[in-house]
Design a protein around this ligand. Sequence first.
Ligand SMILES: [Zn+2]
Length: 574
Amino acid sequence: MMTPSMLISEAGRISLPLSPLRLPASVDAPVDRVSLGAARPAHVPARPPEIGAPKRLVAPEDLPLNREPFRLSHDLRVRLYPDRGEMVGDDRMVISRLPYDQQANFLLSPELSVRDVTIDGARVPYRREDDRIEVDLRDVAEAGDSVRLRVRYDGRLPGKENGPGASGTYLYDESWWHPSHHGVHGRARLTVSMPAEWTATASAGEQSTEVSGGWRTTCWETPWAGAGLSLAAARYDVTAEERDGRQLRAFLFPGSSANAQRLIDKSAGIIRYFTPLFGSYPYDHLDIAESNTEGAGGVPSLILFQPGELTDEEGLDDFLAHELSHNWWAGALAGYTADGLWYEAFAEYSANLYTRGSKDSPRAVREREAVLSRWHDEIGAPGATPLREVRSYDPWEEKSLVAYYKGAFVLDMLRDRLGDDAFFGGLRTFVQQQRGHFTSWSDAQSAFESASGEDLSTFFGQWLDRGDAPSLALQQVHTTAVPGGWQLDGAVQQVQSGDPYDLDVPVIVKTRDGQVFRKSLPMGDRQGTFSWTLPAPPTEVQIDPESRLFRLKNDQEVWIAGQAPPPVTLSMQS
Ligand SMILES: [Zn+2]
């Protein structure tokens, strides 16, 4: 979901800092939760900022271990008055199992006033504090009961200043534009009335639309329980096309409707690319809508983008691929955050798959190097928050580096370890097993284990539960002439202060006659020794020059014949 290093100007537009090392990463958090200044590494093409479109599902803290959340289904009817910047809402909810305290808790934007809360027409008491509503149901229901509750409310369209209004309205789930239980919902039906010259798209499937008496009324339904409801409405030009059996629609402002074809073509291409890798696209349609209010990002079956994102071809590909992949990662598979923002790692990895081509391509190597150099410069030996503990986007800078970039790197290493068949088989197993469920890193591990037949607890444990990174040094490298060739002996030492990692270290050896030998050194302990026979004198040994291992790089990864090794850096030593 979306973005970090952006500055929001008074006009609500986003401008990017100019330093080349400060390109934007993506954040999925609403902008008020995003700290400014996070960055994509140099050489990594910048994805346009994702703001205000949290496609993540924020599971409530108290979600029990069996992951049966407090289920809330909505039949939400809303009327938009964009010229006045106001809305009226009527949400008929079903709480499937009332919690033990017999309280129903919701979030609703402070811009919106509650008119009444009723059950079968009778008012029930509630307390309101800022964006929280606590409804006391002790007199009317028992814990575990199914309860039909109706909340009527109205007020200003929630969102940023200069945001929702006459020129367009984007109501993302976390603006709390309807009573929401932390964005978690059961099935939902949404009916929106707006001025007839407006059209709207939502994170759900459109069922019907009709125009009468100067009003357009459109109805959507979600195909399954999941993440929050988001809605974009404006005076759009809508272009719809059938591609590969599903409808792709572009909702564009009149000035940019010439881009419709390009957006539809690109999106169709990305869906076609992902389908054999992840399994079929989870929805029957995809809408891509321009937003002039807050930010951009992907929610189920809907991608919101800012006009500026159309100008940079590479950035647009990266943006669309990341956001579109959220239809699997956080759409079909609801993003349960208790053990980390796994779906950001998966979305970032998906965008990498699409934009980098082969994992050996020069771009892939360059981008992995850029992540390691950012890790070196910004995190260093002390380490960062472990992946499993990054459950929010705040503070953005470090957490984005962990959740997006380290997360995607870990998936790259898993692919190296399992091979393509087991890795992509694991991805498809993951989708099949978890569709419609609250999903976590642990579920991903189980899927890869069942696809590969391997116990991956050490792999996932060391990469998800540790905040440091391994750091590797070549030691005692020497060569000896032997009958028929040359023997190269030496060791790779793990010099980080924490426990050793379990690694397969790629090592490249070059010989005087210009040959290059690729070796792999398994290391289950702090030191791994090697003894390789080569046909010509070795001139250079280098640890992992293609940056396949996530690590804290140092200057002892290269040995050159005849040169003294650099001294071991003390700070790296235990
Ligand atoms: Zn994302």
